[in-house]
Design a protein around this ligand. Structure first.
Ligand code: MBD
Ligand code: FE
Length: 290
């Protein structure tokens, strides 16, 4: 069929058969996506077995709760971010902390703490390295924002996230921190490890066929928001990770790789009541006005 014939066919299937109330946006999107799919089937001469295999693949990906992971791995989530960046640039907004993808592993409802939080439940204290991270939430003029919210979540030493990994305690490595009267936040945690897609999962299966790995560099996720300001979704990467610029989810960005300071001076260890050197990251978040 020609592409014109396909457009006519899709319209006859979807638009001409409409009887009751129509949601014009849903109709528009359905016609467009279906038309594009049919054209791809025609152009690639996709065989019925391949088409059914594709549908089975998506069904299986959904059934195993990997649709979000697949969206990250195919760059769809990154593409959505690029479009958001472009919209911000058009609105004349520059200089805020760069956004990057949320990913599929956020869980709402983490415990709320004022100013400071310890994220880890201590189960990996023996093997893990302590991390302190701190900074200020501010507006584009550098004015600190007291009472702003910093939601933070990251993986453990196995690269796994609590809730999805049922072996971890509830909300391990997840907290909601409210900035103090100076707009400051601080947390104590352990330095996370990188993430790898489940090796037998459907996302990794496709990545294998594409000759791609499914690894992410070590990173920490954030939502940062305050009344009257745009919500920021971002991450920082742990510098030095071998996958830092080879992230399967394309989320690494200039400006989101803070320096990691190694603290080993006895007086500084004493002040934190620690016996081993720890890492420290200073990082400020800059929000745009709504
Ligand atoms: C992650 O931890 C993540 O942040 C993303 C985007 C995809 C998979 C795992
Ligand atoms: Fe993550």
């Amino acid at each position: 069929m020609t592409h014109n014939d396909i457009d006519t066919l899709v319209n006859s299937f979807i638009v001409d058969t409409a009887k009751g109330e129509v949601n014009p946006r849903v109709q528009q999107v359905t016609v467009r996506l279906l038309g594009d799919l049919f054209k791809a089937i025609e152009d690639l001469d996709l065989q019925p077995s391949e088409i059914w295999k594709g549908l089975e693949y998506l069904a299986e990906t959904g059934a195993s709760h990997e649709m979000g992971l697949l969206a990250a791995g195919l760059g769809l989530e990154r593409f959505i971010d690029i479009r958001a960046d472009e919209a911000e640039a058009r609105a004349g907004l520059t200089g805020g902390t760069p956004r990057t993808i949320e990913g599929p592993l956020y869980v709402a409802g983490a415990p709320v703490c004022q100013g400071f939080a310890r994220l880890d439940d201590g189960t990996e204290s023996a093997e893990g390295e302590v991390l302190f991270m701190q900074g200020t939430v501010m507006d584009a003029n550098g004015k600190p924002l007291p009472g702003a919210t910093v939601e933070v979540w990251h993986a453990n030493l196995m690269g796994n996230y609590s809730f999805f990994d049922k072996s971890q305690s509830a909300f391990n490595l997840r907290r909601t921190i409210v900035t103090d009267s100076q707009g400051n936040y601080q947390f104590r945690s352990i330095v996370p490890s990188g993430y790898g897609c489940p090796p037998q999962g459907s996302t990794q299966q496709l990545l294998n066929l594409l000759g791609r790995h499914g690894r992410r560099p070590a990173h920490i996720h954030f939502f940062v928001y305050a009344d009257g300001y745009r919500k920021l979704t971002t991450q920082i990467n742990i510098d030095g990770d071998e996958y830092l610029w080879d992230d399967f989810a394309f989320a690494s960005r200039e400006g989101l790789v803070p320096q990691v300071k190694k603290i080993s001076a006895p007086d500084q260890l004493d002040s934190k009541q620690l016996s081993k050197p720890f890492s420290s990251i200073d990082f400020n978040f800059t929000l745009h006005k709504e």
